[in-house]
Design a binder for this molecule. Sequence first.
Ligand code: AMP
Ligand code: MG
Length: 492
Amino acid sequence: MDTVAHTTPVDGGLTWRNGFAALSPAFHTRLQPRPLPAPYWVGRSLPVARELGLSDAWMASDDALQRLTGNRLFAGGDALASVYSGHQFGHWAGQLGDGRAILLGETTAGLEVQLKGAGLTPYSRGGDGRAVLRSSIREFLCSEAMHGLGIPTTRALAVTGSDAPVRREEVETAAVVTRVAPSFVRFGHFEHFLHSGQHAELKTLADYVIDRYYPECRDSTAFNANPYANLLCAVSERTARLLAQWQAVGFCHGVMNTDNMSILGLTIDYGPFQFLDAFDPGHVCNHSDSGGRYAYNKQPNIAYWNLFCLGQALLPLVGEQDLAMAALESYKTVYPEAFERLMGAKLGLTEPREGDRALIESTCKLLAQHRVDYTLFWRHLSQHVAGGPVDPVRDLFIDRAACDAWLLQYSEHTREVSLRPSADLMLKTNPKFVLRNHLGELAIRRAKLKDFSEVDTLLGLLHSPFDEHPGFDAYAALPPDWAAGIEISCSS
Ligand code: AMP
Ligand code: MG
């Protein structure tokens, strides 16, 4: 019985505008999600619900559960799957598309609502259109964790589960994640229209993206006032800033294919991602990535490679190769600037000064050499600068002398009173809590037993990862030994 039916409008009261759906059928196929039997709640993010204008009461209702599983449609939405293509692991993969994601519509507030794992689409390519519980929990938690860290990302409103079997390496159960973002357009959408020779549609898509999300590109006089070159430049800059944030927080995406790159510079498509434990620049988090293409330290270059693919896709609109190349150039200045600023903030440096870069480099080198836990190092250092003891920092090193030498270099760099590191800045920049693999794994193990309390606990911590959360220190501790054995692949 839906107890809130009398006080809450049916379907949460969402109102819709459906901008992407208004594009021609070349862009998408209208369809409906396929129902799942006896759904149950796995997780809900009430801050996302509030952003959509959904009440907490509706989010507790059976109506919400059914609609966010795809068992009931939102009146006024315009459900569809979109077509895109892309480069996967460096090779042209041809047509891909939303194989298991169904866009329910776009609200009048300009937020698209999408169900991932809601059933077959014309782009499922032999897949089953479903997502399993474990990967859905990971996507749900990490989307919200990234937002908590201040990193641009698609959001996650909810995860629902069903006992319906889903076959992967073994038989698992189905789940649906409701994702929310202003747009789910990827680099691969543009590549699709270039490679299929649909240049009129390519222009339609670029114009749509500019008008809706980058209107300043129309008016800019840069790049010979070419709006498409300006778009390429703007996307390059956003992507550069995103990558700087990933690197600074120690986030590995794991599958940076061009179909997993957001045109809005959002983190999108959480698969085999990982937050680094011990700092290993060459770390490869995706068990399927045998060549290490998407290793942590390769991500910034891969993003540029992907932007180059986007540049090629936009070339018929930009017109001149030189102009496209010039538009991409911004990445090469914005990325290092943003990275240096973020790493400076991690060190508590409020003003740039000579020698910053050298200090940042020697810090990264030290952490790599001694395989120091990345998150704990920065958090303990912040606490130390805030007046706490130095021991927690030193205890992260087997070789204490190496740590002491670095601490000396750090204190010399920040010796002058006006250059003292800001503990406040550090505590707001260096999170206490990140979604380490083993934390996700523990929540998943419990969820498989229908205990979703860990999902909820993690969500609460990760929504405000810079807060201390007394009593939850175990969630900020070093990973247990078994964490090193967790293998996360593309299977999801
Ligand atoms: P991903 O590696 O998750 O970004 O997925 C790459 C492509 O495969 C996208 O087109 C997905 O929609 C599609 N895909 C992944 N898993 C499935 C599935 N279980 N059923 C249908 N399509 C899928
Ligand atoms: Mg994808």
